[in-house]
Design a protein around this ligand. Structure first.
Ligand code: SF4
Ligand code: F3S
Ligand code: FES
Length: 254
């Protein structure tokens, strides 16, 4: 962002106005109907110190170029739909304050890497969700339905509490160099969601999920790079979860 602060007038100060500044964004654009390759376009927007990158993208879309295409929904870090590369790092646009991403230079905004590009900042998420579906992300139980809720101790719940926080934003998987080089790798998000059930004491499908992840495109492809952990907007210890799944495979204690 090239930030040029505009001091509020004395009237604005009295009214509690927040100072604004000019921000430059370099946004990757790609329209498959007319463009041979993606390219960058530069926009200037007026921002407040409290604005997020998503606010700047909205300002471009609503005031400068309505054709700019990106996913977003909740705008509050819950739905996971607006993961993108901001200054080269995967983040949620709605959780990234403009003032926190090097406000003295243009902010680059690109789509997440490793998934097929559809338009501007939108990628095809189907390969990502295919891997997610493959690990069977639902409770599997044997025997009869209980007549009351399935009781679980606090200690048992704690074994997988961290991985329940996933919002399927794909920031982890699309920051993983193994995934970039081999789109067949299940990727950290699928493993995190397998972990969530493998270590759930109420679930009986652990062995089949471990068998799935023992595949040549499964957990053993992970090279402990930690990009996934750095990228996760929910602060999930992604690499640690992957290591726990590897250990479960080695010890078969699940
Ligand atoms: Fe997103 Fe984190 Fe879930 Fe990965 S583990 S999909 S980064 S919330
Ligand atoms: Fe990739 Fe994360 Fe492993 S970035 S290599 S899945 S630690
Ligand atoms: Fe929902 Fe950002 S718009 S997480």
């Amino acid at each position: 962002m090239t930030a040029t602060a505009t001091q509020p007038s004395s009237d604005e100060q009295k009214a509690g106005a927040v100072p604004t500044f000019t921000v430059t964004l370099k946004v990757q654009r790609y329209n498959p109907e007319v463009d041979e390759a993606p390219h960058f376009e530069t926009y200037e927007v007026t921002a407040h110190a409290t604005d997020r990158v998503l606010d700047a993208l909205h300002q471009i879309k609503w005031e400068q170029d309505g054709s700019l295409t990106f996913r977003r929904s909740c705008a509050h870090g819950v739905c996971g739909s607006d993961a993108m590369r901001i200054n080269g790092k995967n983040r949620l646009a709605c959780k990234t304050l403009i003032k926190d991403v090097n406000p003295d230079k243009p902010i680059t905004v690109e789509p997440i890497k490793g998934l097929p590009l559809e338009k501007d900042l939108v990628v095809d998420m189907e390969p990502f969700f295919d891997a997610y579906r493959e690990i069977q992300p639902f409770l599997i139980t044997n025997g009869h339905e209980p007549t009351r809720e399935r009781i679980q101790s606090q200690a048992d719940r704690d074994r997988f509490d961290d991985t329940t926080k996933c919002i399927l934003c794909a920031a982890c998987t699309t920051s993983c160099p193994v995934f970039w080089n081999d789109g067949q790798y299940f990727g950290p998000a699928a493993i995190v969601n397998a972990h969530r059930f493998i270590f759930d004491s109420r679930d009986d499908g652990g062995s089949q999920r471990l068998e799935i992840l023992n595949d040549k495109e499964g957990v053993w492809r992970c090279r402990t790079t930690f990009n996934c952990t750095d990228a996760c907007p929910r602060g999930i210890q992604v690499t640690k979860a992957i290591q726990e799944v590897k250990r479960a495979l080695l010890t078969s204690r699940f």
